[in-house]
Design a protein around this ligand. Structure first.
Ligand SMILES: Nc1nc2c(ncn2[C@@H]2O[C@H](COP(=O)(O)OP(=O)(O)OP(=O)(O)O)[C@@H](O)[C@H]2O)c(=O)[nH]1
Ligand SMILES: [Zn+2]
Length: 290
């Protein structure tokens, strides 16, 4: 029987999909394995436990990161990214900036969750993140240990994904947010989890009839090699009005005279770390802007 299914768990090469609330273990045809949690896929049902994925329906959004060599899909069809940060252990502001750019590039609305608000170290980290609130990104303090209720209203009607460095509290948040009945992982997932070489890439949970939450594994870097050098500036909201105002159309905003972006930074209108990130992304892209 052929039908459609939702990918709810990814192990890299194997998947768990859901059809009408029932989980199936899924393999793919041939070498194609680039399916992601959140994908709606066409499947052939083989028996009560197994399906084969034949292909994917077009995606509304695809959140992924890419270094020089490798693409890492985070999730498909998400409408909201919850960027989970915390004052401990050692948050990276650059990672926050990069994740925001990935969201902007895909047209997904990001929210910065500042977890562990119960810790005294949080105040200083919140002060640093004030810049991002000024740029228009919601910055929401929360304590997963104390209940995570501040997050609930953000999830209604969305497929949301938790993204962030290891140890920031994504799993703790997920557990705090899940309705009691969903907290346990289904039988198929448990069976695959206990197998060999099963790196879980992400898991989708149903919060209610219209809201889904995807937990993704911790990341240490956020490669943006899929974005063209000249496109980066479009994803910095504070720089958009300056596009086309540099003297050179292929300005790298580094050493060129008449650079509108550097002038704005010198006048205090653009934060130094934002200019530095733009310059770094353009250099790292290795592409000479056309
Ligand atoms: N004080 C405090 N500690 C928290 C809070 N949320 C999580 N933690 C702790 O932070 C540590 C990491 O939490 P996890 O939920 O495992 O973090 P994670 O982001 O899922 O980490 P990865 O699985 O490596 O991606 C654990 O020791 C949690 O108990 C919080 O709100 N307050
Ligand atoms: Zn410039």
């Amino acid at each position: 029987m052929k039908t459609q299914a939702l990918v709810i768990r990814s192990y890299g090469r194997r998947f768990v999909v859901e059809i009408d609330g029932t989980e199936y273990s899924a393999t793919t045809r041939g070498k194609r394995v680039d399916y992601a949690v959140g994908d709606v896929v066409d499947v052939t049902v083989q028996n009560a436990e197994q399906v084969v994925i034949e292909g994917a329906q077009p995606r509304q959004t695809l959140l992924y990161r890419q270094d020089e060599w490798k693409t890492k899909i985070i999730a498909a069809n998400v409408s909201r990214v919850l960027l989970v940060t915390a004052a401990v252990p050692s948050p990276s502001e650059e990672l926050v900036g990069r994740c925001l750019i990935a969201c902007e590039a895909e047209g997904i609305s990001p929210v910065i969750l500042v977890n562990k608000s119960d810790l005294p170290e949080t105040a200083a980290w919140l002060a640093k993140l004030e810049l991002y609130r000024e740029l228009g990104y919601p910055v929401v303090p929360v304590s997963a240990l104390e209940g995570a209720d501040a997050v609930r209203p953000l999830l209604e009607g969305h497929t949301s994904v938790l993204v962030g460095q290891s140890g920031m509290g994504k799993s703790t948040l997920t557990n705090a947010l899940l309705p009691e009945a969903c907290a346990r992982v289904g039988d198929i997932s448990s069976a695959l989890d206990s197998g060999r070489h099963t790196t879980t890439n992400a898991t989708l949970y149903h919060l209610d009839a219209v809201s889904q939450l995807i937990d993704s594994p911790g990341l240490q870097a956020f490669g943006l090699a899929h974005i063209a050098a000249t496109d980066f500036i479009h994803y910095f909201p504070e720089m958009r009005a300056l596009i086309g105002h540099c003297r050179f159309h292929n300005c790298t905003h580094r050493n060129e005279p008449g650079c509108a972006v550097k002038d704005a930074a010198a006048a205090g209108k653009i934060a130094p770390q934002r200019l530095a990130l733009l310059q770094k992304l353009i250099s790292a892209s290795g592409q000479v802007p056309a």
